[in-house]
Design a protein around this ligand. Sequence first.
Ligand SMILES: C[S@@+](CC[C@H](N)C(=O)[O-])C[C@H]1O[C@@H](n2cnc3c(N)ncnc32)[C@H](O)[C@@H]1O
Length: 255
Amino acid sequence: MYSNDGNSLMINMSPKARKPWKPLQISNEAAQALVEFAKTGKLKWPNTVAKNLRGWSAWDWTKGGEEWTPSLEWKEALVKDVLYPHIPVGSRVLEIGPGAGRWTEYLIKRSSHLTCVDLTPECIRACQERFGELKTVEFVLNDGRDLSFVPPLSIDRVWSFDVFVHIQSSDVENYIRQLSTILVKGGSGVIHHSKFGAQKWGWRSDMTAQKMVQYCDRYGLTIVKQLESWGDGRFQINPNMPKGNVDTITIFEKH
Ligand SMILES: C[S@@+](CC[C@H](N)C(=O)[O-])C[C@H]1O[C@@H](n2cnc3c(N)ncnc32)[C@H](O)[C@@H]1O
C-alpha cells in the first residue's frame, strides 16, 4: 500500500515484513528511481542529502578541492570575471557548500561578513582550521536543507560553486525558496548547477537549467543570465568533457 503527498511517497510495509507497522517514507526522486529500475533494470539512485553526506564525509580533503580545478588560469579567470564582478567589496555573503574553502578565500576578500554553510562536518572543520581566526567569517553545519538560522533580508550576495550540481532538484528548490527571503532587495546569487540533469560522469543530479528558471520564477527571483564560459569565451565550465558543457551558472536577482 502506498500514498503520495506530493513531496514523498509513503509505503506501508505489511505487518509480516516489518514489525511494528511503520510507514517507510522515501522522496519522490527515490520513488521515480524505483519506477525506472522496474522499467529498465537500471538503478540510478537520486542525489539525496544522505548520499551527499556519505560521499563528502569519505572524501580526502587534503588537496583542498583543487583536484577539481582544471588549471590555475581557469580558476583565476573565474574569480576575476564571475566572482568579483558579482560580489562587490563590503557585501554580506552566504556561501553554500564551501568544501575545504576553494572559493571561500576569495569571498573573504570581498565580504564585510561571510556565512558558510555545509552539511559535511569534515568541511566545516577544514574551513574553521583554515579561516577560523577571522572575525568576519562564520561556519555553520546544517542538515543539507535548512537555512533558517540566516535572518530574513540579511544577505547581499549568495555564492555556490560545484555544490548544486550534486543536489537533487527538490532540495535545490527548497534552498531557492529560502534564499528569496534571506536576500535583501537588490541582492543576488551566483549558483553553479547541472544543466541537463543526471550524467554518466561527475555524479550530476536531476537538476537542469530549465528547472532553475522555474524555481526562480516561483519564488520571485529574476534571472540575470545563465553562463557556461568566461574570459571572452576562453574558459569553459566543463573544459574536460568530451561532449562539451553539462553545467551552467545561474545568476539571479531579487527585486
Ligand atoms: C564537490 S564539493 C565542492 C566544494 C567547494 N564548493 C569547491 O568548489 O571546492 C561539494 C560540497 O557541497 C557540500 N554539499 C553537498 N550537498 C549539500 C547540501 N545539500 N547543503 C550544503 N552543502 C552541501 C559538500 O559537503 C561539499 O562540501
